[in-house]
Design a protein around this ligand. Structure first.
Ligand code: NAP
Ligand code: BLA
Length: 334
């Protein structure tokens, strides 16, 4: 992606954030510390949370996202709100000629996501889709030790978040969160980043519904077969039907195996087992934010291209189609 000259000539960039939750807070803290950015405006959902966010960080409040993305004094819009809103906010921001940072997923709609990449290119603006899992310790360790596994033929990634009771939160709402493997896109993106193109996807999804579009538990299980015959099983579950949380990542190769249970990693080869220690997952939004400023001001390459996120979304969309149709879906790779 080429450097946006307009920004590289500026000494500071004027930032607006849409959202007041965890991601928005970590972003705001980094923008406030970095001399290259000025946090101008913040908007969100409930007036109460907008007011307390703005008071904590000493920022001006805006009552709607439309006003924020059309504000003349904003150069960079950062979209940290619920998934259902992502696509439309990104679209207006790009149409207004803003640079955009968006938390994954870019959109819950694959056609809209693809159009947004074209729009960003046409406008000559940055569209950065955050994928902090790529910056995280586990993915870096997997990349580092992968050559020691030999030919990798099977992998499995289980993430279960047990909740008792399940909160009435947007992450348990069908429309607001979206299809689980689109919303939790890193479950697929970790593998497409390492192993490339997927050939077929078979997926089953089950929800334990409550009311008003909410559910109290869900289970989404997908099997991906890659072009190189590698088979990956992805299991995503959350809510009150689960007794215990679990995060287990495994890769099997003909010369070794890697396994991560939470932050405890192991590389197992015929010579024995070697522990792989991981750092905490904190600090990743700060890193992502700094990398965007380094890109805009110094032309340093970003760690992720939007096409990589779009491809993972295409695979997640195939998983959605598979679970709707009750059969295996073949991916048409460009
Ligand atoms: P969060 O802490 O729950 O914050 C969600 C934000 O959206 C809050 O400002 C909330 O406002 C607002 N919101 C809630 N319900 C809404 C509704 N119905 N309509 C409009 N806005 C609503 O969420 P988060 O963890 O920061 O996630 C934000 C985005 O980042 C999501 O797309 C998520 O997938 C992505 N992401 C998060 C992480 C992470 O580590 N947390 C990692 C990667 C990607 P109120 O609180 O006032 O309702
Ligand atoms: C990812 N975490 C996410 C996502 C959501 C949350 C909505 C995006 C969807 C997904 O990939 O599953 C929400 N995570 C939470 C909430 C908590 C949580 C509400 O841990 C409550 C404690 N995120 C955090 C915190 C950390 C964190 C406190 O909110 C770490 C200390 C890390 N969340 C984190 C990371 C990802 C993520 C690194 C990227 C997904 C991945 O690593 O695969």
């Amino acid at each position: 992606m080429s450097l946006t000259p307009q920004i590289s000539q500026l000494s500071t960039i004027q930032v607006g954030i849409v959202g007041t939750g965890y991601a928005a807070k970590r972003r705001a803290e980094t923008f406030l510390k970095d001399q290259r950015s000025h946090l101008e405006l913040v908007t969100g959902h409930t007036a109460e949370n907008i007011a307390s966010f703005c008071q904590s960080y000493g920022v001006s409040a805006c009552d709607t996202w439309e006003k924020l993305v059309t504000a003349k004094n904003i150069d960079l819009v950062v979209i940290c709100t619920i998934n259902q809103e992502h696509g439309k906010i990104a679209k207006l921001a790009l149409e207004m000629g803003k640079n955009v940072i968006i938390e994954y997923p870019l959109s819950l709609d694959i056609v809209e996501a693809s159009n947004l990449l074209c729009l960003a290119k046409k406008q000559g603006k940055l569209l950065h889709i955050e994928h902090i899992e790529i910056l995280g310790g586990m993915h870096q360790a997997v990349r580092q030790y992968l050559p020691q596994l030999g030919h990798v033929f099977y992998g499995r990634y289980t993430t279960i978040s047990a909740k008792h009771p399940t909160p009435r939160h947007w992450t348990y709402h069908h429309q607001q969160f979206g299809f689980p493997l689109k919303a939790a896109l890193p479950r697929i993106h970790r593998f497409t980043d390492l192993f490339g193109e997927v050939k077929t996807v078979t997926c089953h999804t089950r929800y334990w519904d409550t009311q008003d579009g909410y559910y109290h538990a869900c289970l989404c299980d997908a099997q991906l077969q890659f072009q190189n015959e590698l088979i990956i099983d992805v299991m995503y579950g959350k809510g009150d039907i689960f007794v215990k949380s679990d995060r287990t990542f495994e890769l099997y190769g003909d010369q070794g195996k890697m396994i991560f249970e939470g932050i405890d990693g192991k590389l197992i080869t015929p010579e024995g087992a070697k522990p792989i220690e991981l750092e905490s997952r904190r600090g990743l939004f700060a890193q992502d934010t700094t990398k965007v400023l380094d890109y805009l001001f110094a032309g340093k390459p970003l760690y992720i291209e939007p096409d990589s996120s779009l491809y993972a979304l295409q695979v997640a969309d195939a998983a959605y189609q598979s679970s709707q149709l009750g059969k295996t879906v073949t991916i048409v790779n460009g």
